[in-house]
Design a protein. Structure first.
Length: 482
């Protein structure tokens, strides 16, 4: 404040000193006619009005008129004017000076207002860009006060939502001191921005004519139009995020329904085969008392295998449901890749009986991850290799470290995958048309495997040629391994 007053004093002092300088130069060292003096003084006052402000320009113009009369109009040295034409000239000079000063001040004021409006529009544009980046209502509501706090440079920001009766703050404010009842009451009645407690501004947040809440901004001062635009922007952003959430929820519900239908259809289809085998075997056992011990054992083996297949189908269905609902808890530990491969081969014992498995692990890489889940991925790949290749054919499992990744591969000599299907086989419920009628399966195994691998920040891919076999590669960044 003191510095501002000092600046004003110096501005006024300089304005009168320059006027005095002009008068002294023309009076002592540069004699000219009175018209030239009047034009010089008028030009100086115009410059002063443009630079120094209206009040200074008017004050200087009055003193300039007096000096012009005293030093340049006859009788010189007095404030008396003998010629009527000099009165007209003096009056014209004074009126022109004052009007020109007012016009100049008006232009300066409009320029300042235009600059302020420009800054406010730029601020609103930046605010809208930042706010509309968020598409989740819960996140946006929590972030809005902080966004406003940062963008507009406020000391504190309070957002009160009427329907939720919730309060969200940012900056130098104690939430315990905020009167929710007062904010609720003002939210219902406030229609225009209002100054509050000298430094704060209350801004209505409305959707149409329906009150939605209240913004309390402590610090900066903007025009009422800008405050209203800010309130509407906050309301629109909340509506936008809410609409996006509803659309996402509707789409998720629709997709979940479609997925459930696909799973039920697939499981129903796949259950028929083992159930038919179990029904046939048990029926034969019940209807015949003359079966040999070997025939009985064969029928019981069919029943047992059918039960195992049913168990696997149900496990996959449950696993897919858990992944869809993100209800999967992982327990990370450091485990040898060689041990994981051995456990997977032991679990897939039936593959060892029908195929030749060759394992090659370079070094002794250790995986830091969920042992059960990674073993499940290996089992899925090994069982797929066995299902889609001829009996007694070779299945190769390799593993090791390469650059910044640790990997393992499963290769078979089976029927292969067409290029157009190599990306789609990792989709939920997708099964190749070539495999649907010949090989049992639900189309969930590879989708589950990809979800598990991605949860470890890894990747899974396939390279294949029809009738030449397939090579599945699973890799993980070393930053997730010990």
């Amino acid at each position: 404040m003191a510095w501002s007053r000092m600046t004003t004093v110096w501005k006024w002092l300089l304005g009168f000193l320059v006027l005095a300088g002009i008068v002294i130069v023309y009076k002592r060292w540069l004699p000219v006619n009175v018209t030239t003096v009047a034009l010089t003084l008028l030009l100086y006052i115009l410059v002063l009005a443009a630079r120094g402000g209206l009040r200074l320009a008017i004050a200087v113009s009055l003193v300039a008129a007096a000096a012009y009369n005293f030093y340049f109009l006859p009788p010189i040295g007095t404030f008396v004017i003998s010629d009527a034409r000099d009165w007209i000239a003096l009056g014209a000079f004074l009126i022109t000076s004052i009007i020109a000063s007012q016009l100049s001040e008006k232009a300066r004021s409009e320029a300042r207002q235009a600059h302020v409006r420009q800054r406010e529009v730029e601020m609103l544009f930046l605010l809208s860009a930042v706010i509309l980046e968020s598409d989740r209502l819960s996140t946006l509501v929590a972030e809005l006060p902080k966004i406003l706090y940062d963008v507009i440079g406020a000391h504190a920001v309070t957002l009160f939502l009427l329907r939720e009766n919730s309060l969200h703050v940012a900056g130098e404010i104690d939430i315990a001191t905020v009167d929710r009842n007062y904010l609720s009451e003002r939210s219902m009645t406030l229609e225009l921005p209002e100054r509050f407690r000298k430094t704060q501004t209350l801004i209505p947040v409305r959707t149409g004519i329906r009150p939605r809440g209240l913004l309390v901004i402590d610090g900066p001062v903007f025009s009422d139009e800008t405050w209203m635009a800010m309130g509407r922007l906050v309301s629109l952003s909340l509506d936008h995020a809410s609409a996006l959430e509803q659309i996402a929820s509707s789409e998720a519900h629709k997709n979940a329904e479609q997925l459930r239908t696909l799973i039920l259809d697939s499981i129903t289809h796949e259950l028929r085969t083992p159930l038919t085998a179990i029904k046939g075997a048990t029926g034969a056992l019940l209807e015949s008392d003359s079966l040999s011990r070997e025939d009985q054992r064969e029928l019981l083996t069919i029943t047992d295998e059918g039960c195992d297949r049913l168990d696997r189908l149900l496990d996959q269905a449950v696993e897919m449901a858990r992944i869809e609902t993100r209800n999967v808890q992982m327990h990370f530990a450091s485990t040898s890749l060689r041990r994981l491969v051995d456990e997977a081969c032991a679990i897939c014992e039936w593959v060892n009986n029908s195929h030749s498995i060759e394992v090659t692990i370079e070094g002794d890489p250790h995986i830091y991850g969920d042992v059960e889940m990674i073993t499940k991925v290996l089992c899925n790949l090994i069982e797929n290799a066995a299902k889609y290749s001829a009996p007694q054919s070779l299945i190769r499992i390799t593993g090791g470290a390469q650059g910044e990744k640790i990997f393992f591969t499963v290769a078979d000599c089976g029927i292969g995958i067409y290029p157009g299907e190599q990306e789609r086989i990792f989709e939920r419920m997708y099964r190749s048309k070539r495999q649907n009628s010949t090989t049992p399966g639900t189309g969930m195994g590879l989708a589950i495997s990809r979800a598990i691998v991605e949860a470890h920040h890894g990747s899974i891919s396939v390279a294949s040629q029809p009738d030449q076999g397939s090579l599945f590669t699973v890799s993980f960044p070393t930053s997730h391994f010990a």
